[in-house]
Design a protein around this ligand. Structure first.
Ligand code: GSH
Length: 214
């Protein structure tokens, strides 16, 4: 029995961690749950504890929350050659961590603002709200596009995948798939980037094992 368990909610950020576990070639068990009325089922929340959000990871006695935090933990613990996350003190580490954090704190934040308005805004003109919120998403995607152009590789740091990609791929895919602020512009380089990530053997394995789909 593996000491690592990934609590995986369908159609969620959980794919980030399944991909990372595959990239690190670690053994892990999956506690998988489909969504119920769009939400995580109570039994999965009870087992995982915390805020009841996914991914959640157990490694032995350690329970870890937040995909960025889980990413740093797994890389610091198991990526001994620093392929996915450079070592503390290496300036390149902070280029990778920039994307690890931006995936949630900037890109997901701006996209989710639109999703939440779609869900909860009862009065006023939803199109006008989306139009205002779209500005941030356009800037974010322009910057992602420019960054990919600069590295001239298939991935954010160049020719090899890093933790920057295992975090950012889901956010970019989510933005495109749900059309969150993308109206009025296209980013073919970013769309190709998502395809590059999803073509890696590790992402493919993670998808097959978990059945992830957006
Ligand atoms: N910032 C957290 C977000 C976790 C989160 O909100 N996960 C969503 C799915 S993507 C969730 O578990 N939702 C289930 C629910 O609210 O019932 C992370 O990066 O892990």
């Amino acid at each position: 029995m593996s000491q690592i368990t990934l609590y995986f909610l369908q159609a969620s950020r959980s794919i980030r961690i399944a991909w990372l576990l595959e990239a690190l070639e670690l053994d892990y068990e999956i506690k998988f749950a489909d969504r119920e009325s769009g939400k995580a089922p109570q039994w999965l929340k009870d087992e995982a504890g915390g805020l009841g959000k996914f991914p959640t990871l157990r490694d032995g006695d350690l329970l870890l929350y937040e995909s960025g935090n889980i990413t740093e933990y797994l890389c610091d613990t198991y990526d001994k050659e620093h392929k996915l996350l450079p070592a503390v003190g290496d300036p390149k580490r902070y280029d990778v961590l920039h994307w690890v954090h931006a995936a949630e704190a900037t890109y997901a934040l701006h996209a989710l603002a639109i999703l939440y308005c779609r869900w909860f805004q009862k009065d006023g003109d939803l199109n006008k709200t989306e139009e205002s919120l779209r500005v941030n998403v356009h800037k974010d995607m322009d910057f992602l596009d420019a960054s990919l152009k600069k590295t001239e590789g298939k991935f954010l740091m160049g020719h090899e995948t890093t933790a920057a990609d295992t975090m950012m791929e889901f956010t970019a895919d989510f933005v495109f798939t749900r059309g969150l602020g993308t109206q009025g512009k296209t980013w073919p380089r970013v769309e190709q980037y998502v395809k590059n990530c999803q073509s890696t053997p590790a992402w493919q394995k993670a998808q097959k094992k978990t059945g992830h789909q957006l």
